[in-house]
Design a protein around this ligand. Sequence first.
Ligand code: ADP
Ligand code: MG
Length: 261
Amino acid sequence: MTETPPAAASQASRSARDPGSRAHENRLDGSPLIEVKGLGKTYHTARGALTLFESLELTVERGEMVAIVGQSGAGKSTLLHILGALDAASQGTVYCASINVSNLSSRQAAAFRNREIGYVWQFHYLLPEFTAQENVAMPLLARGVRKQEAMALAANWLKEVDLDDRTGHRPGELSGGEQQRVALARALVNSPRLLLADEPTGDLDQVTAGRIFELIQRLHASHGLTSILVTHNLELASRCTRVLRLERGQLTQTAAAGTGG
Ligand SMILES: Nc1ncnc2c1ncn2[C@@H]1O[C@H](COP(=O)(O)OP(=O)(O)O)[C@@H](O)[C@H]1O
Ligand SMILES: [Mg+2]
């Protein structure tokens, strides 16, 4: 039997050995933000098993801005999902912000994401019936912050992404670049340590893509973030501190890497 144990039992055994428990949180701040060792990921589908990684390794130091490039289907999104505790590894260990995320219950994973991860996707996934300000306030309200305070913090964040004159607009009343700015503000409003961005400029024209990328660079620096960006745009990737190519289940550093400035 390979049934998942009931949540309570798994919780009890976890507290004794899980590196995500408090003892592990005391790791020195100089440790890498991300340490992936021997990561394996296999999807089991009706048509058989699809193995994306067998022994993937990745270390990302705090403050790095890393680009991941690679062909469609290489597993870039899957890797980000595993780092952000949205998907589970099949084998190996994944430490993210000193938590062993390969090992969390779904409730722990949700709390971890809310606290540590800002996620931006190619499509903004803003809620259409709410204003920009309400969309940005949403993660704060979900955490129990009172409405007035959440709305004030959201307004500050819209200022940070240069949208203070669009607070009352609904997503349908914003341009693609503006929608992505709102999505960035929403991703960062809970002050996460890690920004995961999956083709954040993939749906934008070249000029707008460049502006959004510059905004990510600025927020990365001013908020002391560690950032991982998946992109098909090699010119934008080269502005990151490192460019990694995901190919045949392995990450290799490419020659082109900028200064991150
Ligand atoms: N939930 C899933 N179940 C089965 N196969 C999946 C699932 N998610 C992704 N895949 C497959 O895994 C491969 C990698 O997907 P993905 O990580 O989205 O690649 P990329 O982001 O590099 O384009 C693809 O072939 C895709 O079809
Ligand atoms: Mg993808």
